[in-house]
Write a protein that binds this ligand. Structure first.
Ligand code: UD1
Length: 428
């Protein structure tokens, strides 16, 4: 199993290219099931979750082809073409869903296109219970019959889906995407109230519109979708990954570095920028993206509460906590989206951080310096928070279970090494 070894204490200085957003590319790939024509996605990140969803789609009969595109800096963004001429099976087995929870996103498109779908229940995951009840209730409102048998969700709509007024009791990114995709081919009008407003949801909506869907209210919390009888192929460029961008912003800030994030978009990160500036980190737009730097010997502690977009993203909570461990004073980080998303806390404490958790809040008292240690994390963002901590720590940090990082960060050690980090991957 791969590990990453970081010799900390060097400021990150240089340029990092931001890839397309994993969380936008996944639903966009699932949308290929809605048409028999070809969907071409540009700027798809080279990460393991994309490969996993590619495996799910191939099983349904989607033909996938990859074309590399040389970007500057020697890194490639890739183009993926997907064509679902016909659907060979509407079942997604447990071994594929277990690998990646986002496989649930094929449920809506399969149901809309084939009138049936059978997808294994995702089960528990490291960051909490994560049910799919909101997806299922909304499909029922669209006229599907849902049964849970032998660990599988069986959804059937033999006479097709019909539009409905759906009000989500809580905001869900995945449920909004799943229902929006299905509603595009439903009979009549669907209204999604309390819809997620995350930029990845809007990116999907824009691609669906280019495929011939009729969606209004994009970027807002009330989406209105008028069903059409068929969708066509199109080309679409995946929006830049705001979570990758925010992660490298925090890494640059914590190491007292100066980094240009090419392709990064500050407008997708306003709540994060506000907190980083409050902490003493400088940020500005550049022609190619954005620049982030810190001249201060230490940042200041700030309080953060995760919220749905445009609030502070839960997917940057662990990285922000790493940054706060060496900030002057105390800070309080409150997680409101997922229960049990503090698995990085004991690992950061093993590196010398002073953190106490009280329910959904963590109190971080800044320490002058972290020290390297052997650490391990159980999810993607928790793992990357340990990378950030390791870059700033004194001595060697070894991060085990690197496959979590590979799920969502393209060429992470190469990107950091290009900015002067002493980081290597060890395979043994
Ligand atoms: C997506 C992102 C993930 C991010 C999360 C919140 C992808 C592939 N993943 O996950 O990186 O952390 O948004 O921004 O885009 N919930 C229910 N019932 C449901 C669905 C959700 O109770 O049927 C709850 C969840 O347990 C959670 C909250 O709603 O507490 C938000 O989850 P949701 O927005 O659905 O997250 P995902 O779409 O799974």
């Amino acid at each position: 199993m791969d590990r990453i070894r970081i010799r900390g204490g060097r400021p990150l200085v240089g340029t990092i290219h931001i890839t397309g957003a994993k969380n936008a590319a996944l639903p966009l790939m699932a949308a290929s099931l809605l048409t028999d024509e070809t969907l071409i996605l540009k700027n798809v990140p080279r990460v393991a979750d994309i490969v996993s969803l590619g495996d799910v789609l191939a099983r349904h009969g989607v033909s996938l082809a990859e074309h590399g595109v040389d970007g500057d800096g020697g890194l490639c963004s890739r183009c993926l073409s997907l064509q679902a001429k016909s659907i060979s099976t509407a079942t997604v087995p447990y071994e594929l869903v277990r690998k990646m929870r986002a496989s649930i996103l094929v449920l809506g498109p399969l149901l809309a296109r084939c009138g049936e779908a059978r997808v294994s229940l995702p089960g528990g995951c490291a960051i909490g219970n994560r049910p799919v009840d909101l997806h299922l209730k909304a499909f029922e409102q669209l006229g599907a019959r849902i049964e849970l048998v032998d660990g599988y969700i069986t959804a059937a709509a033999p006479r097709g889906l019909h539009g409905a007024e759906i009000r989500f009791p809580t905001v869900s990114v995945g449920a909004t995407e799943n229902i929006m995709m299905a509603a595009c081919l439903a009979d009549g009008e669907t209204v999604i109230a309390n819809a997620a407003r995350e930029p990845e949801v809007s990116d999907l909506a824009r691609c669906l519109v280019a495929m011939g869907a009729k969606i209004s209210g994009i970027d807002g919390d009330r989406l209105v979708i008028s069903g059409v009888s068929r969708l066509r192929g199109t080309g679409h460029e995946v929006l830049p990954d705001r979570i990758e961008t925010g992660t490298y912003m925090m890494a640059a800030g914590m190491t007292g570095g100066d980094v240009e994030l090419v392709g990064g978009r500050l407008d997708l990160l306003s709540s994060v920028v506000e907190k980083l500036e409050e902490a003493g980190i400088k940020v500005e737009n550049t022609q190619r993206g954005l620049r982030v730097w810190s001249n201060e010997s230490a940042t200041h502690g700030v309080d953060v509460m995760t919220q749905t977009y445009p609030g502070f993203p839960t997917d940057l909570q662990a990285q922000m906590m790493a940054l706060m461990t060496t900030s002057r004073g105390a800070s309080m980080i409150t997680e409101t989206i997922f229960e049990n998303r503090f698995m990085h806390v004991p690992e950061l404490c093993r590196m010398g951080a002073n953190i106490t958790v009280h329910g959904a809040s963590a109190l971080i008292r800044g320490v002058p310096e972290l020290t390297g240690a052997q650490v391990m994390a159980t999810d993607l963002r928790a793992s990357v928070s340990l990378v950030i901590a390791g870059l700033a720590a004194d001595g060697d940090t070894v991060i085990n279970r690197v496959y979590h990082l590979d799920r969502g960060y393209e060429s992470i050690e190469q990107k950091l090494a290009n900015c002067g980090a002493d980081i290597v991957r060890i395979n043994d």
